[in-house]
Design a binder for this molecule. Structure first.
Ligand code: UT7
Length: 340
């Protein structure tokens, strides 16, 4: 019997601290009007280490919220943390270069041991991790796979750089997959792509890999995110529709018949341009950028989790066709078309 993977639930975790556009007005030369009009963002969350918020704890909290949602949506599967065979975490802001976040979350979830590793594909990381998870399940190697995405971009943006800092926020997302007969599988088509960012449109350098650190360097300013917003924008308005089109082609789905699109939340205008391209109403695009800004690879699972909790993506027996699509540094881009 052929095996496929079924999505049981999504999870999310967000830091407590809210930073509004008005708060940013006192940090840099910007305004609530400018940020709202150019991006759709009103506020974002910022992690606070003094209350224990870091990539590991937020990823673990997202996993717990995912198990909670799984209990409500798919109680018959009854999968507990101890049943997980593999954790894949997509992050660009792991608390350590090693050990991976996928390893460090295990004790927080009560997991004694399971396979685990992190991947790096920036804002497209969630889609890459999903495809890897699905492939492991289809191969028969693992039955229950937990995918985590966490990014704390607030720790890497220059809070005096108005061209970059205003769009990012912190957060974590999760999804739980399990092996099922192919006929019940969620995934219908994937598309992944990547191309070297030779023009350095979106970069976060790892200073220490460029030269050995000397004692006198310890107090120097760490590397910050560097972004050419317009170049990334131009890339994104092509990459998002291309990803959806290509994944739909693999799934044999006409993009104009999609029930929902859950896109990477980078800029409301990028989503509007994709909606226009497919002649889809904006109501079909799940968008929560107003509340959280761009949470990098965490943005898709956070948005999916909320849409289910708010009763927007309702599971009432009728299967819906949903596209999830991401784009970001690398440059990377990709999409997954599912039945949910
Ligand atoms: O996850 C993927 C990662 N990144 C993205 O997806 C980002 C994609 N890019 C974008 O979302 C947009 O390019 C931004 C929101 C970053 C910038 O919006 P824009 O419409 O492309 O603005 P711009 O960079 O062309 O700047 C227009 C003007 C400039 O002023 P001048 O030179 O025309 O006088 C900027 O200096 O707006 C100014 N500006 C700002 N003003 C107030 C740039 N940032 C700000 C700001 N507040 N925060």
């Amino acid at each position: 019997m052929n095996i496929g993977s079924k999505i049981l639930a999504f999870g999310k975790a967000l830091p407590k601290k809210v930073v509004t556009n008005f708060d940013l007005e006192s940090l840099m030369d910007t305004s609530d009007d400018w940020i709202t009009q150019r991006t759709g963002i009103k506020e974002r969350r910022v992690a606070d280490e003094s209350i224990g918020e870091n990539s590991t704890t937020l990823a673990a909290a997202a996993a717990k919220s995912c198990f909670e949602q799984a209990k409500k949506l798919n109680p018959e599967f009854d999968i507990k943390p101890s049943d997980i065979d593999l954790i894949i975490c997509s992050t660009a802001t792991s608390d350590n270069l090693f050990p991976s976040t996928a390893c460090m979350v295990q004790p927080l979830l009560g997991i004694e041991s399971c396979a685990g590793f992190d991947i790096s594909a920036a804002c497209t990381g969630f889609i890459y991790a999903l495809n890897i998870a699905d492939t492991f399940i289809k191969s028969g190697q693992y039955k229950n796979v937990l995918v985590l995405s966490v990014d704390l971009m607030s720790r890497y943006v220059d809070w005096s750089d108005r061209r970059t800092a205003v769009i990012f926020g912190d957060g974590a997302g999760a999804v739980l997959l399990t092996a099922v007969p192919e006929a019940d599988a969620s995934f219908k088509g994937f598309y992944l792509n990547a191309k070297a960012d030779k023009d350095q449109a979106l970069y976060l350098k790892n200073t220490r890999s460029h030269y050995p650190v000397k004692a006198e360097d310890i107090d120097t300013k760490p590397e910050m995110v560097s972004m050419n917003g317009q170049a990334v924008y131009q890339f994104a308005v092509k990459a998002l529709p291309e990803s959806i089109e290509q994944a739909c082609a693999k799934a044999n789905v006409d993009p104009s018949t999609i029930d929902w699109v859950v896109p990477h939340q980078a800029n409301y205008r990028i989503l509007e341009s994709a909606a226009k391209r497919f002649n889809l109403p904006m109501e079909k695009f799940i968008c929560n950028i107003e509340k959280y800004g761009n949470t990098s690879s965490a943005s898709i699972p956070i948005a999916f989790h909320e849409a289910i909790e708010e009763g927007r993506i309702v599971k009432n027996g009728k299967k819906q066709t949903i596209a999830m699509a991401g784009f970001g540094a690398g440059m990377t881009w990709g999409a997954a078309v599912i039945e949910f």
